[in-house]
Design a protein around this ligand. Structure first.
Ligand code: WQD
Length: 339
């Protein structure tokens, strides 16, 4: 039977790029999204870029009746579960919405998968589960600790999967811990559609570069890093998407539960990102130093060895491509998919 992959949250930034990658590697895809933090236009663009159509179900991953209908009708053989809220700051303001959406959503998905006998899952986790790393680069065995409700939903989600596998070893569970996804499809037609003021660094920088905002706020320049500003492992969204297609190989190797860091292994500071995007945009990008943002850590970057050795995957695109594609998307779509 041909593989049919259900992508929950498939209209989102990572979801839409992963749907495109799945289609381009000859997989059949079905998308479920409630567009609560994404735009339907992203899926229209994916259809145009690939020349392929695919079923899109508009609804909530907590709706078990809808999930059952999708699994039966589409003969789903595996699930990539992106659907969830992901803003660290917001999660402290509305924790119950984060626990409901992220954890009840996961539980209902797993319950339906169990009832229909679909055991193949890729779970979208985050480097945020490592908290403030004591040792760098980060391997998958590094200690886990979280300091915000969003991070707790990711860590609890992982624990739910570990408990499920301990109770029933027939599952095929892959946990992917993303570092900092940035950039866009090279066409400039698919990218991150931030709602309101971007909390993430790169979309904020590109909005300053195209005149939507006055200056970049550098949250702290007194961290124990080479230039005092925060260091992160930025990974091109296309590399991240390809990591999901590579992770699906684990479904073919018998049941198991595995965890992989999806990062490049290379950290860049805030000032290095501003410099990189300035060079790409061919203009100075103004910034001012502000005090640290509560909850931020000094540095975080991956040891990507395990994914390379076990999945045959490693990031291919460097800072220049990340900046070039991020800038092209922003320049061509000042208001994201709203245009
Ligand atoms: C990067 C660096 C900031 C904005 C978050 C989530 C993480 C994941 C990715 C979901 C830091 C600095 C930022 C700004 C700045 N999301 N910064 N000015 O915080 O590493 O990770 O997004 O999974 O879970 O925690 O990403 O882009 O917000 O910050 O100086 O306007 O840029 O201090 O050093 P972060 P970020």
């Amino acid at each position: 039977m041909a593989e049919t992959i259900l992508v929950t949250g498939g209209a989102g930034y990572i979801g839409s790029h992963t749907v495109l990658e799945l289609l381009e590697t000859s997989h059949r895809v079905v998308v479920l999204d409630n567009f609560s933090n994404s735009h339907p236009k992203s899926l229209e663009v994916v259809k145009e870029l690939t020349g392929q159509a695919f079923p899109v179900y508009v609804g909530d991953v907590r709706d078990k009746g809808l999930l059952e209908q999708i699994f039966q009708k589409e003969e789903v053989t595996g699930v990539i579960h992106f659907a969830g809220f992901k803003a660290v700051g917001e999660s402290s303001q509305i924790p119950l919405a984060y626990y409901d959406n992220n954890l009840v959503g996961l539980l209902h998905l797993l319950e339906v998968m169990q009832s229909v006998g679909c055991r193949n899952l890729i779970f979208s986790s985050s480097a945020t589960v490592y908290g403030d790393p004591q040792e760098l680069p980060l391997t998958e065995t590094a200690p886990l600790s979280v300091t915000n409700p969003y991070g707790r939903t990711k860590l609890m989600g992982e624990e739910i999967l570990r408990d499920l596998f301990a109770a029933d070893g027939s599952w095929n569970l892959v946990i992917l811990r993303y570092f900092n996804p940035i950039g866009a499809h090279p066409s400039g037609r698919l990218g991150e559609h931030p709602q309101g003021i971007p909390s993430n660094l790169v979309p904020y920088i590109t909005q300053v570069a195209c005149g939507l905002r006055d200056h970049v706020r550098v949250f702290g320049d007194n961290y124990a890093t080479p230039d005092g500003t925060g260091v992160r492992d930025y990974i091109h969204i296309q590399d991240l998407s390809r990591g999901h297609v590579a992770a699906m190989k684990r479904w073919a190797t018998g049941s198991g539960l595995s965890v992989y860091n999806l990062g490049t292994g290379q950290g860049y500071s805030v000032l290095e990102m501003i410099r990189g995007l300035s060079q790409t945009a061919g203009q100075e990008i103004p910034y001012q130093i502000y005090s640290r943002r509560p909850g931020d850590i000094a540095a975080c970057y991956a040891d990507p060895t395990k994914a390379r050795e076990e999945l045959g995957w490693e990031a291919q695109l460097g800072l220049e491509e990340m900046c070039r594609h991020a800038w092209k998307w922003q320049r061509l779509n000042p208001n994201g998919f709203q245009d």
